[in-house]
Design a binder for this molecule. Sequence first.
Ligand code: CUA
Length: 147
Amino acid sequence: MDKSEALALGLSAVLLLVFFVAIVFASAARGIDVPTCITDPDPFERGQLIEHAEDRYELQMVAQMWSFQPRRIEIPAGSQLEIYLRSGDIMHGFKVEGTNVNMMAAPGAINYMSLTLHEPGTYALVCHEYCGVGHHNMRGEIVVTES
Ligand code: CUA
């Protein structure tokens, strides 16, 4: 093996290790997560908030031109919110401002993320994927009340 080939292989191995450590650090230490795509869903037609327990809620969210359904939900601080997201028509974005929740609403699939909001307040939901003339009005909110 040529000396420069060995150097390139060695550098590649070091880079792979650095990237792997960065992913583990982001996930474990920083709590950065990626959405889970559920490809064989039992699709829900309408958006709704379901209370499973006093501190555990399931949000079935539908993104469609040009609104979120439900547009506004209210949960107590510290509750676990399990978000299931689907699209009613085309591609939309779904971001909860001030959190790590950032998903795509893709036709034919359901994306999932879990979120716990400890601080009371109003968290804006925004569509961050251009989806037509009403895109800039596609907003919603999560209101977190004192528990
Ligand atoms: Cu929906 Cu932009």
